[in-house]
Unconditional design. Structure first.
Length: 144
């Protein structure tokens, strides 16, 4: 079961899901296209099968992944990211950019087409402009 945080904000709620050990690494592999249990087990080095099952179930419960059966006998499934799961790719990308910049001398997140290093930015769709972190805040929105 995911850790329950006493804080109620969106970061604490998100950490209830992706803050558990292995979860973000499983997400990384799903983003890379690995969908079958055996593939995920192989790619996420060191994860125990029961932990992988547990994390996949939690991702399924949060509707981040959906399980699709490709064999009835024996039952075998693939795990596919939902649109909600694909949105978490931005979070994984931000972690990769930060880690490559501050913790790794030989890694970078690069643009597939041109090979340039990537930045993660905030973008305001109304103004159609990039916004620095100091120019954003998290606030409650009234629901109309």
């Amino acid at each position: 079961m995911p850790k329950q945080y006493t804080q109620t904000g969106p970061i604490a709620r998100t950490l209830e899901l992706v803050g558990q050990r292995w979860t973000i690494l499983i997400l990384q592999e799903l983003l890379r296209g690995h969908r079958r249990f055996a593939e995920l087990k192989e790619q996420v080095e060191g994860i125990a099968p029961n932990v992988l099952s547990d994390r996949l179930k939690a991702l399924e419960d949060y509707e981040v992944v959906e399980r699709r059966f490709y064999s009835d006998h024996p039952p075998r499934a693939e795990y596919h990211l939902t649109p909600k799961g694909h949105e978490l790719g931005i979070v994984a990308g931000a972690l990769a950019v930060w880690g490559a910049k501050h913790l790794s001398d030989d890694m970078a997140l690069v643009h597939t087409e041109c090979g340039s290093r990537m930045n993660v930015i905030y973008h305001c769709p109304t103004c159609d402009t990039s916004v620095k972190g100091a120019g954003v805040r998290l606030e409650y929105q009234d629901e109309d």
